[in-house]
Ligand binder design. Structure first.
Ligand SMILES: [Zn+2]
Length: 275
């Protein structure tokens, strides 16, 4: 049996890092207003929850604190996420390593952000998360050490190369598991990462990801997307109904293509619990 995770980052719409700014904004729809927005993220969460229910897939949702609080004001997030694993994605989409903002957080600061984001998820959802994905997937050994220190079981921020069809979680010296995304080849031998971003932005087809999955032989394949990408693209902004339907259908095609290959989806904490 081959196992995979479908993971969803629920964060501010079309998140945008800015130099010298600690928190992230959202790409301006018109003009220069980059204040964070959450409407697409909330709507995408509702759409994905329906799609996953239809396909019988349990997923892992990495929830940004600010996004979760905002979405919870308009929707019953406990119910939308009831069957799925909830995990953390920072509070205001902090860039831990400072790669995009120029503001690097210390280990102590990463630990504070991580434990506070866990409290937000616990308070809103009523369950204690064990997993973390760093905003922008930016994390280094200091950040990983901080996650272990404040009691997280795993991180899923890194991307690793799939070797001979194999990719799997790895236990670090600290006891924290790294559950990486995969980098492999598409049907044309071109590099592809298991993040659906290029598909939503019109640069890749659903078939490319089904092809990546078909080269996966053993371990645990982690797919990732953003909830806002179901109703908005970074390039064009919020989508009309027909365009949004296309995003859902492409996502469905990837997931159905994997199910048809006999791949079984399990939330990350279930997969690690079975090891
Ligand atoms: Zn994010």
């Amino acid at each position: 049996m081959r196992y995979a995770a479908f993971t969803v980052d629920v964060d501010r719409d079309a998140n945008l890092a800015e130099r010298g700014r600690y928190d992230a904004g959202s790409k301006a729809i018109t003009g220069v207003d980059t204040l964070p927005r959450f409407a697409s993220s909330g709507e995408g969460l509702r759409i994905l929850s329906e799609l996953l229910e239809d396909l019988g897939i349990r997923a892992t949702f990495f929830l940004e604190g600010d996004a979760l609080r905002d979405i919870a004001r308009h929707a019953d997030v406990r119910s939308l996420l009831q069957k799925h694993e909830v995990a953390c994605h920072g509070i205001c989409h902090e860039d831990f390593t400072g790669e995009s903002t120029g503001i690097c957080l210390t280990g102590e600061q990463v630990g504070q952000v991580a434990s506070e984001s866990r409290s937000i998820v616990r308070d809103v959802i009523g369950r204690v998360p064990t997993g973390f994905r760093a905003p922008y997937q930016h994390i280094d050994d200091i950040g990983l050490g901080a996650l272990a220190k404040v009691g997280f079981s795993y991180d899923s921020s890194k991307t690793e190369k799939m070797n001979d069809g194999k990719i799997a979680p790895k236990e670090l010296d600290s006891g924290l598991f790294e559950v990486p995304l995969a980098c492999g080849k598409d049907g044309h031998g071109k590099k592809i990462v298991s993040y659906l971003w290029p598909m939503h932005e019109g640069k890749r087809s659903a078939d490319d990801y089904v092809e990546l999955a078909s080269s996966f032989q053993s371990g645990y394949l982690v797919l990732a997307t953003h909830s806002w990408h179901l109703t908005e693209t970074f390039k064009s902004g919020p989508l009309d109904r027909a365009q949004a339907t296309l995003q859902v259908e492409m996502t469905r095609k990837v997931l159905e293509g994997m199910l048809d290959q006999g791949i079984r989806f399990l939330p990350i904490e279930d997969q690690l619990g079975g090891q």
